[in-house]
Design a protein around this ligand. Structure first.
Ligand code: OGA
Ligand code: NI
Length: 337
């Protein structure tokens, strides 16, 4: 029901009951550490060996890093954020056309995470788009605001290119051939979540997105340049990932954890909300093709390090992921060998 959208209702003075987490699940914002060490990788560096070793370190210890000088024009990033905000500012009757709570839809505006299954909702609206191949999906994307399709499809192409470049560097950092991961993942799907987190009357009682890991291979997040909200779990402690000017946040998804035989981590992360400001983010997900067989390479298994997870297809994984709640145990745990 489109009237569940937060971005169409008038401003809330108090947090509605069905967004309030029980005491034990609240974000405890006063215990979150400042972002000091999430690695920042300068992609324009001529020292490729150093880039690869920074990526190896980041993927092992944080599962997250930021990239700067990544080659995507800064003006485009600004346009993407602006058009996304315009979308969420559309009149309710316009947005209602796009609303659906069916996770199998390839274009849908929704709210929270999976309103069909949850009992407690999250303080987020999101537009979810399939993005590859563009010609197949763009015709069904929102026709308003007028420049939406244009700007978003330009961004999708750029992100895909950057994603492939990163998958190459990640392969090399694991001692594999540069095209190894790309080959195994097949013709990759690309999905996008345009996230809108409205101002929230009680950020200490709820989440924009509760702790989760991303079920795909690699995520590229364009986050709000002004308002922080992304937090990453490291050694049991939540760390805030502060916005870096013009940076993109990269994280390892479940499939790269499995492919790397557990060397690289798909870490828990969450988005918290803010009392004074709305926040936006645009997450791009590179996903294995459905038939891709996820199984670690020989080079990363063998004496002393047998395969941690059984082989499975991405289709099997993805349907398991969506059949559960977001904040249960790591979905990969269900695939241990
Ligand atoms: C996601 C996600 C974080 C954010 O969409 O999977 O983790 O800051 N988003 O919006
Ligand atoms: Ni995520």
């Amino acid at each position: 029901m489109a009237d569940l959208l937060l971005s169409t209702s008038s401003r809330h003075e108090t947090l509605p009951e069905n967004y309030v987490r029980p005491e034990s699940q609240r974000p405890r914002l006063n215990e979150v550490a400042a972002d000091a060490n999430i690695p920042v990788v300068d992609m324009s560096s001529s020292d490729k060996i150093q880039i690869i070793s920074q990526i190896a370190h980041a993927c092992q210890s944080y599962g997250f890093f930021q990239v700067v000088n990544h080659g995507i024009p800064v003006e485009l990033l600004t346009e993407v954020m602006a058009i996304a905000l315009q979308f969420f500012r559309l009149p309710p009757e316009e947005k209602a056309k796009y609303y659906s709570d069916d996770p199998s839809k390839k274009m849908r505006l929704s709210t929270s995470f999976n309103v069909r299954k949850e009992t407690i909702h999250n303080w987020r609206d999101y537009l979810r788009l399939h993005c590859y191949p563009l010609e197949e999906f763009v015709p069904d994307w929102p026709a308003t605001p007028p420049l939406f399709k244009d700007i978003m499809s330009t961004y999708c192409k750029e992100v895909r290119q950057l994603g492939f470049q990163l998958l190459g560097l990640i392969s090399l950092s694991l001692g594999l051939e540069e095209d190894y991961i790309e080959r195994v993942l097949g013709e990759q799907e690309q999905h996008m979540a345009v996230n809108y987190y409205p101002q929230c009357p009680a950020p200490d009682l709820t989440y924009g997105l509760p702790a989760h890991t991303d079920p795909n291979a690699l995520t590229i997040l364009l986050q709000d340049q002004h308002v922080a909200g992304l937090q990453v779990l490291k050694e049991g402690k939540w760390i805030a990932v502060d916005p870096q000017p013009n940076a993109l946040v990269i994280n390892i998804g479940d499939q790269l954890q499995a492919l790397s035989n557990g060397r690289y981590k798909s870490v828990w992360h969450r988005a918290v909300v803010n009392a004074n400001s709305e926040r936006m983010s645009v997450a791009s997900f590179l996903c294995p093709c459905n038939s891709a067989l996820i199984s670690p390479p020989k080079k990363l298994t063998g004496e002393g390090s047998p395969a941690i997870y059984r082989s499975y297809t991405y289709a099997e994984y993805y349907s398991k992921f969506w059949s559960r709640n977001l904040d249960q145990e790591h979905c990969l745990e269900l695939f241990r060998s």
